[in-house]
Design a protein around this ligand. Structure first.
Ligand SMILES: [Zn+2]
Length: 161
């Protein structure tokens, strides 16, 4: 889902200015730009516009350096475009039910890492998963059936992937 050919670095807690991966100058600082990209998601290609993307950019050559925060903004825009549950909404719905990420993962039958990545905004749920999440959170009877299914002995023991 990451824009192709984009320069990437792991930016966490690294003070500005950064060294530019393109021109080598230490001129990369936070910027706000109009950004459009093509993102492949769930088997289709989408054009995603973010009018005010906050992204580190090289003041010498203009190269944008995408970090997790920039990715999250782009993915949130795509989620909105596709009417998918926002990352924060998934977390909020789970917390309202007082469930851990692991419990929700077990009820849904997905990996706990998947829940974590959805909630952190670095992975977008498929359209099918989005509907499944809406049913789980919005229909108590469906949720109760899934909880019961997850607790059944034949599903209680499994080999971790
Ligand atoms: Zn540069």
């Amino acid at each position: 889902m990451t824009p192709e050919n984009a320069q990437r670095i792991d930016s966490r807690d690294k003070p500005f200015p950064w060294r530019c991966p393109e021109c080598g100058k230490r001129e990369v600082r936070p910027a706000t730009v109009h950004h459009s990209s093509q993102i492949r998601h769930d088997g289709r290609l989408y054009s995603v516009e973010v009018p005010q993307l906050r992204v580190p950019q090289c003041e010498a050559c203009g190269e944008m350096v995408f970090d997790n925060d920039a990715d999250t903004q782009i993915y949130d825009a795509l989620r909105k475009q596709l009417s998918l549950l926002p990352a924060g909404q998934i977390r909020q719905n789970r917390e309202q039910l007082a469930l851990s990420q692991r419990e929700l993962a077990e009820h849904l039958g997905v990996a706990v890492e998947t829940i974590s990545r959805w909630e952190n905004g670095v992975l977008i749920q498929s359209r099918a998963m989005d509907r499944y999440l809406r049913v789980y959170f919005g229909v108590p009877a469906a949720r109760a059936a899934l909880v019961e299914h997850a607790a059944a002995p034949s599903f209680g023991t499994h080999v971790e992937e």
